[in-house]
Design a protein around this ligand. Structure first.
Ligand code: HEM
Length: 209
């Protein structure tokens, strides 16, 4: 299978994922009711209207990061429309920073408490750092490294998807919601890192063969 074909398939999948996320959060369940019902022992400072507003911004910038990141992996665009690639790249960086900032507000109220807010905050710290490392490589003309670090950064756009995939499988098999969600958060970070390294290895092996 050619890389171009795999990329096109991924674009279709990502497009569907973004549409699903927007519909699910803004139309179908725009009060995040089931998710909120599972929260126990919430801090006194929790304010539902503020939480919901931050969550809506969080979802919007997350989808923007997912879309702008996906488009920027097009090698054709990166070579032929450099200005677009650069502007879209900055849209991605700003979106990543905004996802992390909004997540910084949401994390202290995370389902599962401190055990979950700590890994969330680690991602809040490392995701922007990884993204900035990728930009520095681009600025220094190290395009292979730029590509690799952008892959390491981009996989974090699927954090929420993997959290829900892992936690819903566990929840269906009888594990309680809080524990399923906690395992989902840790699991998603491991899966993100593993997928990024597997893609980088695969691309390296294709290049050398
Ligand atoms: C880029 C793709 C992402 C999307 C589409 C997304 C979407 C969402 C949504 C819909 C929620 C509400 C709860 C739920 O239904 O899960 C949420 C909560 C949250 N997200 Fe994200 N998110 C993304 C990435 C991230 C990343 C990278 C972080 C960084 C750590 C993060 C941190 C959080 C936190 C802390 C919460 C609150 C969890 C809780 O209350 O238990 N998200 N996100």
């Amino acid at each position: 299978m050619s890389l171009r074909f795999i990329y096109k398939l991924l674009l279709v999948f990502i497009g569907i994922y973004i549409l699903f996320t927007l519909t699910d959060n803004y139309i179908l369940d725009h009060q995040a009711s089931f998710f909120l019902e599972q929260k126990i022992n919430l801090r006194d400072s929790f304010r539902l209207p503020v939480w919901l507003d931050v969550m809506y911004v969080h979802v919007f910038v997350a989808c923007l990061a997912t879309l702008s990141g996906a488009v920027n992996f097009s090698r054709g665009l990166a070579w032929q429309k450099r200005k677009f690639h650069r502007i879209n790249g900055y849209i991605y960086v700003v979106s990543v920073i905004l996802v992390s900032l909004t997540s910084g507000y949401l994390a202290p109220y995370a389902t599962g408490g401190k055990l979950v807010s700590v890994p969330f905050n680690m991602v809040n710290l490392f995701w922007p750092i990884i993204t900035i490392v990728a930009i520095i490589h681009a600025k220094k003309g190290r395009l292979d490294k730029h590509w690799q670090w952008m892959i390491r950064s981009y996989v974090f756009c699927f954090t929420n998807m993997f959290i829900h995939l892992i936690s819903s499988v566990l929840y269906q098999t009888g594990v309680d919601y809080t524990r399923s969600y906690t395992i989902g958060v840790y699991g998603s970070i491991i899966v993100n890192v593993a997928i990024a390294e597997a893609i980088i290895l695969y691309l390296r092996s294709r290049k050398s063969s």
